[in-house]
Structure formats: structure tokens, C-alpha cells
Design a binder for this molecule. Structure first.
Ligand code: ATP
Length: 550
């Protein structure tokens, strides 16, 4: 039976990634290790670019977000407080016939043992009952391997942000609303790693925790919380109606943060910001979808969660999740650590005393109810929960509250795979000897392209050309990743760069040396996507390239 087209595409991508040094199987010489992948020379550059663009967009270009770089192994209580020790598990089943081990919710297909990018049907043998399998990798800290030394490799980067919330707040001179961003490795012992790097056991995340005032606080200060419609100037359809809960391709909008925004407007804002980010690095809106989780799919503490999906060859799947997580995380760490996680807000204190009694009573009641609901859900006895919630709500009058959070959480590796998939294109033409050939072009956005410019002397046996080309390379090299290539015909060299996704190639020829005096010290710039060529003065190259890769 013919393989589905999308599998053929995945196989071509996997083979290209290996051939050109984007992605290798980890420990390949020993037969590999399932769910672990290495990035080769081009992949490492691509990944670096993606993380740097995320970091720049999310922190350096904003006044209201700062960064954090925390450890991978943290105090095990962090994972108790976050719920990961007790609930971060997948249902696992074993097949009594083929001895395979699967996720109970994904039993119809498994990755082919020979070609992990390919899915094959699983055998129909008798299965065991599902058992919860915790996805955290365990290790021991120190020389003694007992219960007290157990620690975990972090399954997400987010929790460190909550644990360091107070330190960052006190040292960064930020005030709510503000965010803390972090990128780094995360580890999940996935039952069935699948779809190439899409579901790996070691991967990287780029996460932002954006802390906001609870709606009751916004209302006390501003009189009213803006509805999403009021906050939006643009034309986003509100998602809900269609059966699959997908909005289709997201529509553009403009949102400028305002003091009267509650969690809904902030949530919508971050969904839009993140989609704009993807567009800015070359993933068109048409390749993305928003999936608004249905109420029954939401975690109990979450107010809303939107998955940004990408149309991968193996299906439309999650690239990033953007969740409105209420004050759950900080509250949990406050209870487990015994350290206060609340903030003091002078504006709230001043506003509160001016509120009509009816209004302050109403806001007090709503805050109290939310706090109590959370405490009871976490197992605090009714009476104690009422007492604690009363104390929390009394804090409002003193300007105190626990911030809520919006969490855009993206995976680096899934984004790399999306970028490669999106960039992949084939052209059929003729080679040097007029034979038909199909060539691959990776049409990366110049911002993410691993190599920004190829620099080539027309001929490698002409020292003047080589010298000039090396001069051009050295002029550009401090500013960007360039690749010098003098091997083979110029057509072959262009083709090699096309396959690596290099957006521009600079060729140094006899005109550069002054054969035509009016072209002295100019080079030919060749564009990857359409083969177009332009002549540019060497002195202008750096500025010209920088304008295109920033
Ligand atoms: P999924 O439902 O696909 O397992 P998730 O909802 O558990 O993902 P989150 O916990 O929200 O994922 O993690 C945030 C992001 O981290 C995901 O959107 C994804 O990009 C990335 N991610 C999560 N698990 C993996 C994994 N096993 N391999 C690669 N990336 C991952």
C-alpha cells in the first residue's frame, strides 16, 4: 500500500536533517536512544537563533518582562507544590503479546522501531489495565541513595519562576503587571516518544509567567474591568462555536495593554503577541490554528487555555500553550514553603478606602469565594479554608493580594521542526549536464536562517578573488554567521546553500576586482528563493544584510 503523502514528506525531512547536519539521533553510534536528539552544526545555529529571537522579543524589547536562568534540579518540594509528584502522569499499558509499552490514549499507532518518523499500527495483542506512570525523571542528590536524596530533573521551566518570584520582584523594580521569562531544558520520560523531535524525552522550553492583578483588584482601582471586546481594537472572532473548538486561522489585531485589563484581556493579548512572534519568524497565520480548550478540558485552576497549533505533516498539533492559571502556582508555593507570595500595591490600598461600602463588600466577597474554592479544592478543611480565605480577602484593604498569571509556554524543538517543515520546498530543474534534478530549498526567514550569507569567490584558483572574498567574509563575520565556500561550480555552491536555507549568497568576481571599473568593489548578491541577482557595493553589504536579518 502506498504510504500517505505526509509520511513521505516526514521521511524526506528526517533524511535532509541528518544529511545536512540539522538533527542527529542521540548516541547514534550505539544504536540511538529513544526520545533523545542532537542538533548538528546547522541545527545548533537555527536553535540558537530561535531562542535568541524569543528572548529579545519577550524580554529585551519590553519594559515589563525580565529574565531568569534557574537550575534544572531544584528542591523536590517544588514538584510536590506544583502537583507534578502526584499528578504528572500518563496512563500506561503493556501488550502481553508483543511486550510493547504504550500510552493508553495513543494505542492505535506507534513509532516504527526502524524509522521513528514513521507511524505503524500496533499489534492487537491483549493489553494490561492502564497504570499511572509519572513522567518525571528521578535522580539522587549526594552520595546516599535513599528516599531523602530523591530529586527530579525539571519537567518544565516554569516552576523556578514561581519559586523565585519574590526575589525577582524585589531586585528588578518591577510592579504587577510584569513577567519573568526563562528558556532551558526540560525532561519528561514520555511513554512513547513520537513524531521525530515532536515528543522527546529531553527538550527545551521558552516560558513566560506574566503576573497580573486579580480582577477584583483591577475593579477596585479602575472601577470596572474591560471586557475582551472593549480591550480589542481589531477583528478577532471570539472562539466557541465550532464543534472542534478551533477558530481556524487566527486573525490579526492590535492590543495595547491598559490598566483596566483583567485576565481575559491579558490572555487574549498574549495569544496575539505569540502569533505575531511566529509570523515574524516566517510561520504564516495560515499554518497555525488556535484551539481553545473546552471547560471540561481545563485544569481545575485554569480560567482558559489556548493551544497554538501548527500544521505538521503528521497532523495539526500543539506548538505552544497559553494558559490563564489564576493564582494557583504562587498560592501553592506559599502554602508549601510557608513564605508569603503576595505583593503590596499602594494603588489598591488608596483605592480601597475610597470605595463605596457596597462595592468593597462585593469585591471582598468575590475574592473570598475564589480563595476558599481553591483552598477546599486543595484539601484544606472547610472551616480552616473559610478562615484563611477571610484573612486573604481582608488583605485587599491593606493593598495585598496574590498575583494571577498568564503563561505562554512554547517548545523550542517543536518550533524548530515547524520551521523546517514550513521552509521545505522542492524545485525541479536541470543540472550542469542538462539532466533533470529535484533540488531542496529551505526557505527559512532570514531571521532564523542558520547561515545568513554564503561568501564565494567565483574561482578558487585566482588568489586575488580568494583574498577579496575572505575580506568580505571577515567584514561580515563579527556580526552574523556567514559561510565561506570555494569548492565546486558556483551553481553547485548556490544549491548547497539553498539546501541549508541560506537566504543570500555573495559572489566575488572579476568585476569586483575592477575589470569593469564602474563595478569595482561590488559583489553579486544572489537571492535563495527566486535566484534573482543584484549588484551591491561591499561597503553597503553589512547594513543591507542587517536590515534583512533583524
Ligand atoms: P502535549 O499535550 O503535546 O504533551 P503539553 O500540553 O503537556 O504537551 P506543556 O506542558 O503545556 O505541554 O508544555 C509546553 C510546551 O512544551 C508544549 O507546547 C510543547 O511545545 C513543549 N513540549 C512539551 N512536551 C514536550 C515533549 N515531550 N517534547 C518536545 N516538546 C514538548
Amino acid at each position: 500500500m502506498a504510504e500517505p503523502k505526509e509520511n513521505v514528506l516526514m521521511e524526506k525531512i528526517v533524511s535532509l536533517c541528518k544529511r545536512r547536519g540539522f538533527i542527529f539521533q542521540s548516541s547514534e553510534i550505539y544504536g540511538g536512544i529513544n526520545g533523545f536528539w542532537d542538533y548538528g552544526p546547522l541545527g545548533a545555529e537555527l536553535k540558537r537563533n530561535v531562542k535568541e529571537l524569543w528572548w529579545n522579543t519577550m524580554t529585551r524589547q519590553r519594559d515589563d518582562v525580565v529574565g531568569l536562568e534557574a537550575t534544572i534540579i531544584m528542591h523536590p518540594q517544588i514538584w510536590k507544590a506544583s502537583g507534578h509528584v502526584d499528578t504528572f502522569s500518563d496512563p500506561m499499558i503493556d501488550c502481553k503479546t508483543c511486550k510493547g509499552r504504550f500510552r493508553a490514549d495513543q494505542t492505535n499507532e506507534i513509532p516504527c522501531p526502524q524509522k521513528p518518523s514513521k507511524m505503524v499500527s500496533e499489534c492487537h495483542g491483549e493489553k494490561t489495565a492502564p497504570r499511572a506512570f509519572n513522567l518525571m525523571f528521578q535522580t539522587y542528590v549526594g552520595p546516599v541513595r535513599d528516599e531523602s536524596a530523591i530529586a527530579y530533573l525539571r519537567p518544565e521551566t516554569a516552576q523556578a519562576i514561581f519559586a523565585q518570584f519574590k526575589n525577582v520582584l524585589e531586585t528588578s523594580r518591577q510592579k504587577v503587571p510584569f513577567g519573568i521569562a526563562q528558556t532551558g531544558k526540560a525532561f519528561r520520560n514520555e511513554v512513547t516518544p513520537r513524531n521525530y523531535t515532536f515528543r522527546s524525552r529531553e527538550f527545551e522550553q521558552m516560558e513566560l509567567e506574566f503576573f497580573i492583578k486579580p480582577d477584583e483588584v483591577v475593579e477596585a482601582i479602575c472601577g470596572k474591568v474591560a471586557t475582551t471586546a472593549e480591550a480589542i481594537t481589531g477583528n478577532i472572532e471570539h472562539p466557541t462555536s465550532n464543534a472542534e473548538h478551533r477558530t481556524g486561522n487566527p486573525q490579526p489585531s492590535t492590543l495595547n495593554p491598559q490598566p483596566n485589563w483583567g485576565w481575559e484581556a491579558w490572555h487574549k493579548y498574549w495569544v496575539e503577541e505569540r502569533i505575531k512572534f511566529y509570523e515574524g519568524i516566517g510561520l504564516p497565520r495560515t499554518t497555525l490554528e488556535e484551539y481553545w480548550q473546552k471547560p471540561e478540558e481545563l485544569a481545575h485552576y485554569a480560567r482558559a487555555c489556548v493551544d497554538i497549533l501548527f500544521k505538521f505533516p503528521f497532523g495539526t498539533q500543539e506548538l505552544e500553550g497559553i494558559a490563564a492559571r489564576s493564582d494557583f502556582d504562587l498560592s501553592q508555593h506559599e502554602r508549601f514553603s510557608g513564605k508569603p507570595m503576595g505583593v503590596f500595591d499602594e494603588e489598591l490600598r488608596t483605592a480601597w478606602v475610597k470605595l463605596p461600602k457596597e462595592k468593597s463588600d462585593e469585591l471582598w466577597r468575590r475574592y473570598y469565594e475564589n480563595r476558599k474554592k481553591y483552598l477546599v479544592k486543595m484539601g484544606v478543611a472547610e472551616e480552616q479554608a473559610s478562615k484563611d480565605a477571610t484573612e486573604d480577602a481582608n488583605g485587599l484593604a491593606k493593598g495585598q493580594y496574590i498575583p494571577h498569571v498568564i503563561e505562554p509556554s512554547a517548545g523550542v524543538d517543536r518550533l524548530i521542526l515547524a520551521l523546517i517543515t514550513n521552509a521545505y520546498s522542492e524545485v525541479t530543474g536541470t543540472d550542469d549536464k542538462s539532466r533533470s534534478e529535484t533540488r531542496v530549498i529551505l526557505k527559512f526567514h532570514p531571521r532564523v536562517a542558520p547561515v545568513k550569507a554564503g561568501v564565494m569567490p567565483l574561482l578558487k584558483n585566482k588568489p586575488e578573488l580568494v583574498k577579496k572574498a575572505l575580506e568580505v567574509r571577515d567584514r561580515l563575520r563579527p556580526w552574523m554567521n556567514v559561510f565561506y565556500d570555494d569548492a565546486g561550480s558556483i551553481g553547485r555552491r548556490y544549491a548547497r546553500q539553498d539546501e541549508a536555507g541560506t537566504p543570500f549568497c555573495m559572489t566575488i568576481d572579476f568585476d569586483t576586482l575592477g575589470e569593469k571599473p564602474e563595478l569595482k568593489d561590488t559583489v553579486t548578491v544572489r537571492f535563495r528563493d527566486d535566484g534573482r541577482q543584484e549588484r551591491l557595493p561591499i561597503g553597503e553589504l553589512l547594513g543591507w544584510l542587517q536590515a534583512r536579518i533583524r
